[in-house]
Design a protein around this ligand. Structure first.
Ligand SMILES: *[C@@H]1O[C@H](CO)[C@@H](O)[C@H](O)[C@H]1NC(C)=O
Ligand SMILES: [Ca+2]
Ligand SMILES: [Ca+2]
Length: 368
């Protein structure tokens, strides 16, 4: 009996150890020895497989498309309601130089610089806001992936002591990220938080599919990475930022980023320790706001770090992949850890990831 008990304890421990190994392998996917920790914001570690209790499969039972919208959902979104969608800006497309030959973070595939030609398209002048997403959710009954999974990643520095005391996991390579139960777009810092006072801030905790669903409802789509980058550059050539090469022209802040020591102290010198209302900082030459900073923005493309230097026409990224490209950096980006608030910079997440610094905007082929 004793030996039976012992062997089952050993078996249990072995299973536990095996489970932890799997987690560690995923967590160490970007080992610090291979990459400078200085440039790793840890954002790529935000994969559900590592931190979510996957034994809790029952939370995912409503995954087929038919259940995403409730049966009572209104099928014709804009019938009588005023149009709450973001104003579109027409971009003429044409040839532009995508990427850079002087990459801030070479391992992200920022280079080589290459000639890309795009057809004209329309892009939303700011990130999709909480109010806009709420209108979408109200009208369709859409439930986001974070709501269905029951948790989402939140930057620990923004959590209340009460939520912090309930945390069990953190992302090993980026301990400032925690999966928080009950965190979703309506509760960006967990169950005891609300969006009531920030309806004009970018919506957060939306997965790639959630972003797609919103753009589809709005009769728009997610931008390709090339479209997003052309939009970011604001008509300038070979510049770091949407407004030029100087981070703070005339000492002014041009984007909601992180000032101070990441991750311990955000001086919020730019006015915001968290997200800011959209359009709080100057627009770029195309009249587009927060292309860098505030919230990261999903793009349509699969992630790859290898690009052809040949001329491309309307490139749509790789045919397949495991991660989707996000662009622009966020209010959490500081040069020491996440020098990704540049137009050529890029990063990635698995499509089901959601986090307290990740949102999106849509584009359209036609003026609606
Ligand atoms: C969504 O519905 C709630 C509850 O009925 C309402 O308070 C809110 O104003 C609606 N939001 C939008 C943007 O229509
Ligand atoms: Ca800030
Ligand atoms: Ca942004």
């Amino acid at each position: 009996m004793a030996s039976l008990l012992n062997s089952s304890v050993v078996l249990f421990l072995l299973i536990l150890a095996a489970h932890c190994d799997i987690g560690d392998i995923v967590l160490e996917q970007r080992p610090q020895s291979l990459e400078s920790q200085d440039t790793d914001c840890g954002c790529q570690g935000l994969k559900r497989e590592i931190a979510v209790d996957v034994s809790d499969e029952n939370k995912l039972e409503h995954q087929d498309d038919t259940n995403i919208y409730s049966k009572t959902a209104n099928e014709s979104p804009h019938a009588t309601e005023p149009d709450v969608r973001t104003k579109l800006v027409l971009l003429q497309g044409g040839w532009f130089m995508m990427g850079t030959d002087d990459p801030g973070i070479p391992q992200d595939g920022e280079g080589p610089q290459r000639r890309v030609k795009l057809d004209p398209f329309y892009i939303e002048e700011h990130e999709v806001t909480n109010q806009q997403f709420q209108r979408f959710a109200n009208q369709t009954g859409y439930i986001t992936e974070a709501e269905r999974f029951g948790d989402s990643f939140v930057f620990e520095g923004l959590l209340s002591e009460e939520v912090k005391s309930t945390l069990s996991h953190a992302v090993a390579a980026a301990p400032w990220w925690s999966p928080v139960k009950g965190a979703d777009w309506k509760h960006p810092e967990g169950p005891d938080s609300t969006i009531e006072h920030r309806m004009n801030h970018p919506v957060l905790h939306v997965s790639w599919a959630d972003a797609q669903a919103y753009c589809h409802w709005a009769k728009r789509r997610l931008p390709t990475e090339a479209e997003w980058e052309l939009a970011c550059r604001g008509g300038l050539q070979d510049r770091l930022y949407p407004w030029g090469n100087k981070l703070m022209p005339k000492g002014q802040h041009y984007a909601n980023l992180w000032q101070g020591d990441f991750p311990n102290h955000n001086t919020a010198e730019d006015g915001y320790a968290n997200t800011s209302p959209v359009k709080s900082f100057p627009a770029n030459g195309f009249g587009l706001y927060d292309m860098v900073g505030n919230a990261w923005e999903w793009t349509a493309d699969w992630w790859s770090v290898h690009h052809t230097i040949e001329d491309r026409y309307n490139p749509k990224g790789p045919e397949s992949g495991t991660d989707r490209v996000k662009k622009g950096g966020s209010y959490m980006c500081h040069k020491s850890y996440c020098y990704r608030y540049r137009c050529a910079a890029r990063s990635q997440n698995t499509p089901d990831s959601s986090a307290s610094n990740l949102g999106f905007r849509c584009v359209s082929d036609a003026d609606p």
